[in-house]
Structures are given as structure tokens and as C-alpha cells.
Design a binder for this molecule. Sequence first.
Ligand SMILES: Nc1ncnc2c1ncn2[C@@H]1O[C@H](COP(=O)(O)OP(=O)(O)O)[C@@H](O)[C@H]1O
Ligand SMILES: [Mg+2]
Length: 288
Amino acid sequence: MTIEFRDVHASYDAATPILRGVDFTVEDGEFVAFVGTNGAGKSTTMRLINGLLKPEQGEVLVDGVPTTQLKTSELARRVGFLFQNPDSQICCGTVREELLFGFRALGCLDEQAEARVDAVIDEFGFNPDDDPFLLNRGTRQLLALASIVVLDTPVVVLDEPTTGLDYRECVKVMSIISRLHQSGTTVIMVCHDMEVVGDFAERVIVMSAGQVVAQGPTFDVLRDRATLEAASLVPPQIVDISMALGMMRPALASTPLAAANTLDQMCDAVAAAVGATYSGVRGLEEAR
Ligand SMILES: Nc1ncnc2c1ncn2[C@@H]1O[C@H](COP(=O)(O)OP(=O)(O)O)[C@@H](O)[C@H]1O
Ligand SMILES: [Mg+2]
């Protein structure tokens, strides 16, 4: 299912424009990361995708249909939305009730839905009777994510799903998101952790001051120093090191160093370029 923004302008009050002509398309099954400093307009863009906010000018199309023509429930069946703060998403007294809530809200709570909820409880390793508000921050985030996963929407929008999590929790959340993507779900994720972006996103859209200032395949964007600097973003350290090596030894420009398309390949290429053997498995892989 595709998501398309055409010259979208939006604001919370007419006097203060927030989005100023946003254009992009996310294709069916893609994993796209949105990056940009605080206040760039990323969360506002996400709110437009799930219809919480409507464009003042331009169009937001979900599967070719403007969000202004879709009922909230129709949108909710197409797009699962993880808020920046999981607590704004959790409202029930038990974990199981929380996971049933989406089906109830959509009026499609049946035996099949209950079976799906129980399968997700097993998959995530939750205790169904736990009180969500007594869970720790990481587990609450996982519960909020599970409440999206359980609905099996063709698109998921995730606003900073790893913020505030420790390393292990981050790995767990990202492996669930990665599995969703592998099963064909379109993933749109706001993320300030450029390592996570480098490890998981296929394409990156850079926002600054309410506009899209760059977009492209993840490693094209991560290597684009000028654009990242203009948007006050810092690439993963290994990208910096590989770029510096490439500049110091121009002969390396046509080697795996220049062709690396994952952070792992980049680590290998940097090690090879300096004549070392890189034998360590990168942490994220190791912990999986
Ligand atoms: N509910 C709101 N009411 C008024 N202004 C808001 C609201 N939410 C965000 N803004 C403003 O919109 C701008 C973009 O915010 P946001 O989309 O949250 O950026 P980001 O997610 O990239 O940090 C900021 O200037 C912010 O202060
Ligand atoms: Mg935000």
C-alpha cells in the first residue's frame, strides 16, 4: 500500500505554518526512515498519514485515496500508528484487554481476533493479566508496538519507536519491526538514532523546518555530508571513518569502501582498507 504526499501544507493554527510543501512517496513494502532535528515536522507528517491532522493545502493519499475521503476507521484498518509516547496509546487495565482494544474499536472483535491476540501475547512473551501501567518503560513500548502488530495493517507508522529504550530493548523492538517489514508490511519510521537508520531503513527522507530537504537510498543520504550538516544530523561514526579513509586514499574510492550498503559491510571495508581483519560481529546482530 503506497503513501503519497503532494505539496502538503499543514499547521496546528493558521498563524503558524508547520509543513510547507511536503512531497514524497513511500512505495508498497518499503522501509523508509524520517530523520531531522527536533521541531523539523516529522511527527506532524506522521499525524497527517493517520488522519489525525488534515492538510490545509495539497493532498495526503493512502493507497491513492485522499485521507480527507477516508473515515477514521477506514484509515485505521490501513495504517497502524505508534505514537512518540507509548503512554498516550495505552488505556486498558490488562495487557490482553489492551491488545483486544483495537479490534473492539474497529468493531471486528471475533474468535479469530482473540486467537490472534493470544498468538501475539505468546510471541512477545507478555503476561496477559499484567497491568500495563505497572510495566517498565521498555515493556510498555513493546506493548504499544504489539497493539499495532496485532492488527496486521498493511502500513505501520512508528514515531521514534526506540527512544528511551536501553540497548537490549532497542534490539528487541527493531527485530520485531524488521520481521514486520520482511513479511511485506510498509514501514515508515521516525528515528533520531542514525545507527538504527543505517541498519534497517532502505530509504531515508530528511526533514528540516517543515520541508523535505533530501531523500534517497539510506547510504547515499548517510554519505551526503553537506545535506546532513545542513539538517544538523550526524551520521554513524563508521560512515565518517569510511569517508575520511576514502579521502585520504583516493585509490580506495572504487573498492568495497565506496560500495558498502550496510553498516556491517562498511565495518568490513574499513578494516580491510587499513589492513586489519574485522572479525567481530556488530553488536546489534550479536544480541539478536
Ligand atoms: N500539538 C501542537 N500544537 C501546536 N504546535 C505544535 C504541536 N505539535 C507540534 N507543534 C509544533 O510543530 C513544529 C513541528 O513539530 P513536530 O512535528 O513535533 O516535529 P518533530 O517531530 O520533527 O520534532 C514544532 O515547532 C512544534 O512546536
Ligand atoms: Mg516528533
